[in-house]
Design a protein around this ligand. Structure first.
Ligand code: 5RP
Length: 229
């Protein structure tokens, strides 16, 4: 029997997260390939099985996909607290310290996660690390502040690359900002780094998600393992 590929593993993790949904919930929708699989599964429950939920989306792509299944989308104005958010991650370290934002949606993802009672990560086991930092850390910045923030990030020891589209133009986030991908540094003290980044003027948000997730559903060849914070 051939071993499952990464997409199969992502699907298995996403399937487990469906068990966490109950009728009447307000659900946060993550972004990225694993979250997309989860939104599709959730959408099938709504479209084909009459599941009644409403959702807050963390990106335009996720909103569009959810609407295509008939999932009602609400704004945070209408629902300031979400019951459950399910999202992917780029790296998962002990304590469920995360790097997110590989897909460029970290700002809205963090807003949605911060408004959620139960933030759950779905991933394949390639995302599990002992220490954060092998995956570049995405940092969202205001255009005007980009040269200053870039310099500050370099002073911290990062190699800083402006994220670009395939045509070479700068990648622009859903909120109209630029993204830097910061690499070359294993992160020994994530809370300390997060505090520095939080205090950097013009830096809108960063991809360190610390103390936010309470559960990770991680799929490997031997099944789906639960990790708790
Ligand atoms: C998007 C994200 C994604 O959740 C993260 O990049 C993981 O993506 P994938 O599920 O495609 O591996 O943070 O901004």
């Amino acid at each position: 029997m051939s071993s499952p590929n990464r997409l199969d593993l992502k699907l298995r993790a996403a399937q487990r997260a469906i068990d966490l949904v109950s009728p009447g919930m307000t659900v946060g929708l993550g972004s990225g390939s694993t979250a997309t699989l989860w939104i599709r599964l959730l959408g099938e429950q709504v479209r084909d099985r009459g599941l009644t939920i409403r959702a807050v989306a963390s990106s335009e792509d996720s909103e569009h996909l959810a609407r295509s299944f008939g999932i009602p989308i609400v704004a945070l104005e209408e629902s300031r607290q979400l019951d459950l958010t399910v999202d992917g991650a780029d790296e998962i370290a002990p304590g469920l310290a995360l790097i997110k934002g590989g897909g460029g949606k970290l700002l809205r993802e963090k807003i949605v996660a911060s408004a959620t009672k139960r933030f759950v990560i779905v991933a394949d086991d390639s995302k599990v690390v002992d220490k954060l930092g092998n995956h570049p850390l995405p940092v969202e910045v205001i255009h005007m502040a980009a040269p200053l923030v870039k310099h500050s990030l370099q002073e911290l020891g990062f190699q800083v690359a402006l994220r670009r589209n395939v045509d070479g133009s700068p990648y622009i986030t859903d909120e109209g900002n630029l993204l830097f991908d910061c690499s070359g540094l294993l992160i020994d003290d994530p809370p300390r780094l997060a505090a520095i980044l939080d205090g950097t003027v013009g830096l809108v948000e960063h991809g360190l998600f610390l103390g936010m997730a309470s559960l990770a559903l991680i799929a490997g060849e031997d099944g789906v393992v639960e990790r708790k914070s």
